[in-house]
Ligand binder design. Structure first.
Ligand SMILES: [Zn+2]
Length: 463
C-alpha cells in the first residue's frame, strides 16, 4: 500500500488506567463503511464494591458498532463486563484462546452469587444474570495461539502466550505492516506449569501492563524447597496448614509442586484438601490442557504421572464434603479460596485453626490492603471473622516466590527486547505510582518514548 494511504489507527484508553483492574481499550481504524472497532478486554473494575457506579455506567461506545472483542485472559478484571456488554447490544464475535473461554465462563458463572448479593444490598438489579452469560458464550470463539484472524480491510491479529495464567495472551495486531501489541497481564516466568512469556522483538507500539511497575519480587529460587519445609514443619508440629490460594493458576501450581514432592518422598504423608468448587472446576480445565504447559511439566505428564492426582489428595466440591474436613484429625493441609481471605471457604478454616499455635497459615499470593489476608500477613494478633473475634496464635508464613505477574525488572526486560523498533510505549493497568515509575525507568534507561495515558484519552498512532 502507498505510504500516503496508511490507515489512521486510534486507541482510546477506557479502563485499566490508574488502576490494575477494569482493563478496556478500543482500537479503531478506517472511516464510514470501512471502519473497524475492536475492544481489547471488557473488564470489571475491582477492589471497589460492585455497586460502585463505575460498573453500572453505560458503555462509552455503542456496543452494536463494535466489530469484535479480544479477551487477553480469564481474570474478571479483563472479562467481567462482557455479559453486560452483550446485554447492551454487542453482536460481534468475542475472541480468546480456548482455555480463556472455558475458564472465563466458569469465573463469570461463579461471580453471579456474590454480584447478586452485593447488588441486592444496594437495591439494584445484578449487572448480569445467567442468561446474559449464556448469550456471551454463544458468540465467544476460542482460537489457538498464533492463529491469524483477519478483519475486512487488511487488519489482522494473533494471540501470543503471556505466561500469566492458563490461556493468557498478548494481542498482536498487524496493520499496514506495523505491529501494535497489547500485553494483557504478563507472567513471572519461569512458572511451575506454564511456558515462558513469548518474547516480542519487533513491536512498533506497545500497550504495557504495570501492576508491579515499581516493585521487585523476591527470588523464585528455592520456592519449592521452602514449600517443602513449610509442609514438613507443619506435619511435625501436628497442626493444620491453611493455604489461601487463588482458584486459577496458584492452586494448580501448588498441586503440581506438591505432587512432585509426594512422588519423590520429600514430604511425609498428610491429607491435602482442595476446598473450593471454583478451583476444582478450573483444575478440570487444566487437566486437559497439558499442551499449554512447559516442557518439564509435559515431560512429567508424558512419563505417566497425573500431576493433579496423588495419594491423600482430596477435592471437596460439595458443602457437606467441606464440612467433613473438620473431622479429619491434624496434621492436614487445606488449600482454599479466596486467595486474600476476603470470602470463600478458607475463612471458616481460619476461624477454626488460627487460635491454634500448632497450626500455620501459608500466604502464597498478593494480599490487597483492607483484606483479612493482609491483616494476617501484617501480623495482626486478633482479627474479626464472620462477626467473631479470633485470636491469632498460628504461625503466619509468607512464601512470595509464586507471583503470576512480572515485576518492574521483568517488565523492563520485556520492553528492552523490542526497544529497537518500538516508537512508543503506553503504560497502563497499574496504580499511578507503579505506572509512572515504570514510565520514567523506560525513558531513562532504554531511551524509549514511554507515557502513561489519561483515562478516556484517545491517541492516534503514526504507522
Ligand atoms: Zn490477570
Amino acid at each position: 500500500m502507498n505510504k500516503n494511504h496508511k490507515k489512521k489507527v486510534r486507541i482510546t484508553f477506557y479502563g485499566g488506567i490508574d488502576t490494575p483492574t477494569g482493563s478496556n481499550f478500543l482500537l479503531e481504524t478506517g472511516e464510514g463503511e470501512q471502519a473497524i472497532r475492536i475492544l481489547i478486554d471488557c473488564g470489571l473494575k475491582q477492589g471497589s464494591r460492585i455497586c460502585d457506579d463505575e460498573n453500572w455506567q453505560t458503555f462509552p461506545y455503542r456496543p452494536e458498532e463494535i466489530d469484535a472483542v479480544i479477551i487477553t485472559h480469564a481474570h474478571l478484571d479483563h472479562t467481567g463486563r462482557l455479559p453486560s456488554f452483550v446485554r447492551a447490544g454487542f453482536a460481534g464475535t468475542i475472541y480468546s484462546t480456548h482455555p480463556t473461554k472455558e475458564i472465563g465462563l466458569i469465573m463469570l458463572e461463579d461471580s453471579i452469587r456474590v454480584l447478586t448479593k452485593e447488588a441486592h444490598e444496594c437495591r439494584r438489579e445484578p449487572i448480569y444474570n445467567p442468561d446474559d452469560i449464556k448469550n456471551t458464550q454463544k458468540i465467544w470463539k476460542g482460537i489457538a495461539y498464533h492463529e491469524s484472524i483477519s478483519f475486512k480491510n487488511g487488519i489482522s491479529f494473533v494471540l501470543r502466550d503471556a505466561g500469566h495464567i492458563l490461556g493468557s495472551s498478548m494481542v498482536e495486531f498487524l496493520i499496514d505492516g506495523a505491529k501494535i501489541v497489547f500485553s494483557g497481564d504478563l507472567g513471572n516466568s519461569p512458572a511451575p506449569l506454564l511456558k515462558d512469556t513469548e518474547k516480542v522483538t519487533d513491536a512498533n507500539y506497545l500497550i504495557l501492563e504495570s501492576v508491579y511497575g515499581d516493585r521487585k519480587h523476591p527470588s523464585k529460587e528455592g520456592r519449592k524447597e521452602e514449600l517443602e519445609d513449610v509442609i514438613e514443619n507443619s506435619v511435625k508440629k501436628g497442626g493444620a496448614l491453611l493455604v489461601p490460594a487463588f482458584s486459577v493458576e496458584r492452586t494448580q501450581e501448588l498441586l503440581f509442586e506438591i505432587n512432585d514432592l509426594v512422588s519423590h518422598g520429600r514430604i511425609p504423608p498428610v491429607p491435602i484438601f482442595v476446598d473450593s468448587p471454583l478451583a476444582i472446576k478450573v483444575t478440570d480445565v487444566y487437566k486437559k490442557s497439558g499442551a499449554y504447559f512447559n516442557k518439564e511439566a509435559r515431560y512429567i505428564i508424558k512419563s505417566g504421572d497425573d500431576i493433579f492426582k496423588f495419594p491423600n489428595l482430596v477435592f471437596t466440591f460439595h458443602h457437606h464434603e467441606s464440612e467433613k474436613i473438620a473431622e479429619t484429625p491434624n496434621p492436614k493441609v487445606i488449600i482454599a479460596g479466596s486467595g486474600m481471605s476476603n470470602g470463600g471457604r478458607i475463612v471458616r478454616h481460619e476461624q477454626r485453626h488460627l487460635p491454634d499455635p500448632k497450626s500455620s497459615l501459608l500466604i502464597v499470593g498478593y494480599q490487597a490492603a483492607g483484606t483479612l489476608g493482609r491483616e494476617l500477613l501484617d501480623g495482626a494478633k486478633k482479627v474479626r471473622i464472620m462477626g467473631e473475634d479470633v485470636v491469632v496464635r498460628a504461625n503466619v508464613i509468607d512464601l512470595s516466590g509464586y507471583s503470576a505477574h512480572r515485576d518492574s525488572d521483568g517488565l523492563f526486560q520485556f520492553v528492552s527486547d523490542t526497544a529497537d523498533t518500538v516508537k512508543r510505549v503506553y503504560v497502563v493497568m497499574g496504580e499511578p505510582k507503579a505506572s509512572l515509575f515504570l514510565v520514567q525507568k523506560l525513558r531513562d534507561y532504554l531511551g524509549v518514548d514511554a507515557r502513561a495515558p489519561k483515562r478516556g484519552e484517545t491517541v492516534e498512532l503514526d504507522l
